[in-house]
Design a protein around this ligand. Structure first.
Ligand SMILES: *[C@@H]1O[C@H](CO)[C@@H](O)[C@H](O)[C@H]1NC(C)=O
Ligand SMILES: *[C@@H]1O[C@H](CO)[C@@H](O)[C@H](O)[C@H]1NC(C)=O
Length: 295
């Protein structure tokens, strides 16, 4: 098993505790049939573990962590051999999980559509974790993008996975390449693509016309999909949670044939084409796993 501490001592232990058996069996190579069975088994174990870790704040790993007196932040780097050799970092929920879940308050009135949407819980580690991983290219004025994977439990989406794909970016665009790698992880872990996150390294916090088209492709699959924009140089607003208004914004983008940067007409009824999300919660008890496919 390959597992390396990612910043903190004791990482190997944590990785072993949370998913060591998974990695070991994944890396064994004793024939396709056996692998398939093991994979199915793992898949079940992984799913159950994710559900367990997200629902209950005390995972077994954390109990051990706590006994050893290890400190946050506890991100651990793990190398997988399937679906591709990639690095993932795992952040476990805090030991006591007493921290409160907080709702992102919308700046706009809740529309009727927003009220029927399922809630989406994000790990409090997500935004900062992503900014850290984007930092190199942010300083070169290049965007970075990532995909949010969630599982659905009792009508709520829990984002447990951040996938950072191989990508081509400029100061105002970011395009994933080898998207099949993203789908492989989502399929393997039964995750819903509940949105995406990207940086605006030098621009303000808003949704460009190209961003709106990207968001459309997520929102058409999952109505709750969120576009998180991180704009570290925007002094008035450094991040935002956005979605296309539904049905108005969705209709305008669906009917728009243009590519590249262009202008969209605003909905005739005075609504805006996109809005702040009102169904997002920051959950400090959620586990977060980061798959970084860029290397
Ligand atoms: C929100 O809705 C209420 C009632 O419809 C209205 O009085 C209020 O002005 C709205 N607030 C904003 C910020 O649009
Ligand atoms: C930085 O951006 C370039 C150009 O899009 C990309 O190829 C590279 O993978 C990025 N590097 C990191 C560390 O994100």
């Amino acid at each position: 098993m390959k597992s390396v501490a990612c910043g903190e001592d004791g990482g190997g232990l944590e990785a072993k505790t949370s998913c060591g058996h998974i990695l070991t069996s994944r890396e064994s190579n004793e024939g396709l049939f056996r692998n398939q069975i093991e994979r199915d088994k793992l898949f079940e174990i992984t799913k159950r573990f994710l559900a367990f870790a997200a629902t209950f704040s005390l995972s077994f790993g954390n109990i051990i962590m706590n006994k050893l007196g290890l400190m946050q932040p506890n991100f651990f780097k793990v190398t997988h051999s399937y679906p591709s050799s990639i690095i993932s970092c795992i952040h476990n929920a805090p030991p006591h999980g007493a921290a409160e879940v907080s709702r992102i308050t919308s700046l706009v009135n809740e529309s009727t559509t927003s009220r029927v949407l399922k809630d989406v819980h994000l790990s409090t580690q997500l935004l900062d974790g992503f900014l850290d991983l984007a930092e190199d290219n942010t300083s070169k004025d290049l965007e970075t993008c990532g995909v949010l994977g969630a599982f659905l439990k009792e009508g709520t989406y829990y984002v447990t996975t951040l996938i950072i794909p191989k990508q081509d970016s400029t100061s105002s665009t970011c395009q994933a390449v080898n998207e099949e790698e993203i789908f492989a992880i989502q399929n393997e872990q039964s995750l819903f693509p509940v949105g995406w996150i990207h940086t605006h390294p030098s621009q303000s916090c808003f949704m460009s016309s190209v961003d709106l088209h990207t968001q459309y492709s997520y929102q058409v699959m999952v109505p709750e999909a969120v576009a998180i924009v991180m704009a570290p140089t925007d002094t008035s607003r450094s991040y935002g949670y956005f979605r296309l208004s539904d049905p108005d914004g969705m209709k305008i983008v669906r009917e728009c044939q243009e590519t590249g940067f262009h202008t969209h007409s605003e909905p005739l009824n005075g609504a805006s084409i996109y809005e702040d999300c009102s169904n997002i919660y920051l959950n400090p008890n959620l586990r977060l796993e980061i798959f970084d496919l860029r290397h």
